[in-house]
Write a protein that binds this ligand. Structure first.
Ligand SMILES: [Zn+2]
Ligand SMILES: [Zn+2]
Length: 136
């Protein structure tokens, strides 16, 4: 369950605007979408939102921590509302379908490198690649 978009915006100290609400709702429906897809998705209800304003809103929402941006190799930036749980993604090498994968083990970071070069690790971002049921 995601929090209602206006409440979430207010809690993050952001002004509630129709564009921001529309994009958060579109992300509920189409998680792991790129800006162009989201722009098309909100076009019917918010025709005034250009691709540039969609990019701006996505940048604001990411900066406020309301959405997460992922960039699997070969993809444009993709956005989703599921944040702060350090989940990973599995990507289909055939059709590009993307699904969430829960943490591999325990609390974040769920993977511990043997040598961290002195870094203190707090998250791990893993992309698993393979073939989805439709492509295998
Ligand atoms: Zn596939
Ligand atoms: Zn995800």
């Amino acid at each position: 369950m995601t929090t209602a978009a206006p409440d979430q915006l207010r809690a993050a100290g952001l002004k509630v605007t129709p564009g921001r609400v529309a994009l958060l709702s579109a992300l509920d429906e189409f998680p792991h979408s790129k800006a162009e897809t989201l722009c098309r998705a909100i076009q019917t209800s918010r025709p005034e939102m250009s691709i540039q304003s969609v990019h701006n809103v996505l940048a604001d929402l990411s900066a406020a921590g309301l959405i997460r941006r992922i960039e699997p190799a070969g993809f444009s930036a993709l956005y989703e509302r599921r944040v702060n749980d350090n989940h990973h993604h599995v990507v289909c090498s055939g059709c590009g379908a993307i699904e969430d994968v829960d943490r591999v083990q325990g609390a974040a970071p769920c993977l511990s490198p043997r040598d961290t070069s002195g870094f203190i690790i707090d998250t791990a971002e893993v992309t698993f690649w393979g073939f989805c049921p439709a492509c295998e």
